[in-house]
Design a protein around this ligand. Structure first.
Ligand code: C2O
Ligand code: CU
Length: 459
């Protein structure tokens, strides 16, 4: 019986200039992901931990992370959701040279927004993230939030063999690339298979959820509990309950929950994932200890202070159409690939299956799909013309999700990743205030590798 463990926390090293500094070392090793009798799993990880250690800084703070590559392939680290300078965004060849084996790179970062973020490689992400390289990055609010307990759950999904080894089919698995991505068979929270999570009646917990899986989308369902969503993708939102009480987290996404423990002492309640209709499973049980924290459940919701986001001017914006095409059961005939029209059969031979506005990406460097002047308000009308859902992620900015399928989205939340279901549309808006070339891609990492990647240039 395992209870959900704590993610390790990385203390900073403060030099004379008092800028908090962290060291992340990427190595190969073995980790106890599954119960001991199955043995350890060969993984790649940060600082010998899965997830990598949590980096915590305060809003407005500058900080540094020295990344040391002790893998035998090149890498970079991307600070997912953090609005960083382009040169620190960690995209190989586009914003920096990859960090070669044996080399280091110093990331000099800032944290304009308080919230829940994460870090992961951006080189061969489908393999490097898939083998265990990821960790959480928490930016604390300037003023402490009144809460009994705060925790981070980094969720992942692994494809393991019977002796707990990762199947090695990272590249060249055409089925994964052209279908739902590398869906695994073992879901972990903070690097272990949880069985139970202990709580006490009356307690108020802030749970920071992060979906670090390559491909698995989750729709969490809490039995008899109604935690409010207080933040999405690191950006505060009016506390609310999701539609159908399903907390949907696609790869790359985060959600902070205000969990008021309304259960009865001694009882247990299931937490399940219902996203894929034929594959519902129980993630863990919420187990109540005998002793209550307080008898009355707290009533007033936590309202997180807003972040300094530039508000898009919808009346004076430029609209762009973005079309997602390809994949199995799609009708894409071909796409522009490496500068020339390529039919589907040849694309597949090249390991590609998807396109954005008719272009299948090859690596991270490409002609931008959008070029805008700095401080332009942009609206993207994204249309998913495929038979598969795609969580689309934009670097360097957060955007408001205005509508899905022409229906307004409650509270127009700020997000950096938006899930667009098969056949659906999504309208998002943001101010392009951060100069540079920014990736816009699907966060199902097999789709990203198979062509579903574009660049938005802010000049
Ligand atoms: Cu979390 Cu471009 O990635
Ligand atoms: Cu996708």
């Amino acid at each position: 019986m395992v209870s959900v463990g704590m993610a390790g926390y990385l203390p900073s090293i403060r030099g004379d200039d008092s800028i908090p500094s962290f060291i992340l070392r990427m190595t190969k090793g073995q980790y106890q992901l599954v119960p001991e009798e199955y043995g350890k799993t060969d993984v790649w990880y940060f600082n010998n931990q899965i997830p990598g250690p949590q980096i915590r800084v305060k809003q407005g703070e500058s900080f540094r992370v020295l990344v040391e590559n002790r893998l035998d392939q090149s890498t970079t680290v991307h600070w997912h959701g953090l609005r960083v300078k382009n040169t620190m965004d960690g995209v190989p060849y586009l914003t920096q040279d990859p960090i070669e084996p044996g080399q280091t790179f110093l990331y000099e970062l800032e944290a304009p927004d308080a919230g829940t973020f994460w870090y992961h490689p951006h080189q061969r992400s489908f393999e490097q993230v898939g083998r265990g390289l990821y960790g959480s990055l928490v930016v604390e609010e300037r003023q402490a939030i009144d809460i009994d307990r705060e925790l981070t759950w980094v969720l992942d999904d692994w494809r393991l063999t019977a002796n707990a080894q990762l199947t090695g089919d990272y590249s060249g698995n055409r089925h994964d690339m052209s279908h739902a991505g590398r869906i695994g068979n073992t879901v972990t929270i903070n690097g272990e298979i949880p069985d139970r999570f202990h709580l006490r009646r009356g307690e108020r917990i802030r749970i920071r959820l992060i979906n670090a899986a390559n491909a698995r989308i989750m729709a969490l369902v809490f039995e008899d509990h109604e935690p409010k969503i207080i933040s999405i993708d690191g950006q505060p939102v009016t506390p609310h309950l999701p539609k159908n009480r399903q907390y949907i987290l696609a790869p790359g996404m985060r959600m902070d929950l205000q969990m008021d423990c309304t259960g009865r002492p001694g009882e247990k309640y299931a937490l399940q994932d219902h996203y894929y209709p034929n594959q519902q499973y129980r993630l863990l049980d919420l187990v109540y200890d005998e002793k209550a924290v307080r008898d009355e459940i707290l009533q007033d919701d936590i309202v997180l202070p807003g972040n300094p986001m530039p508000e898009p001017n919808l009346d004076e914006s430029i609209q762009f159409e973005i079309d997602l095409a390809g994949g199995a059961r799609g009708d894409m005939q071909g796409a522009n690939f490496q500068g020339k029209w390529t039919d589907l059969r040849e694309l597949v031979r090249q390991g590609k299956a998807w396109s954005i506005n008719g272009v299948a990406s090859h690596g991270h460097v490409m002609e931008p799909v959008i070029v805008v002047e700095r401080n332009t308000s942009c609206i993207l009308n994204i249309r998913n013309n495929t038979a598969w859902p795609h969580p689309m992620h934009l670097h360097g900015h957060s955007f408001r999700v205005l509508s899905q399928n022409d229906t307004a989205v409650l509270h127009h939340p700020w997000q950096d990743t938006v899930l667009i279901e098969s056949g659906a549309t999504s309208k998002i808006a943001f101010v392009a205030d951060n100069p540079g070339d920014w990736m816009f891609h699907c966060h199902i990492l097999e789709h990203q590798a198979a062509g579903m990647m574009a660049v938005i240039r802010v000049v």
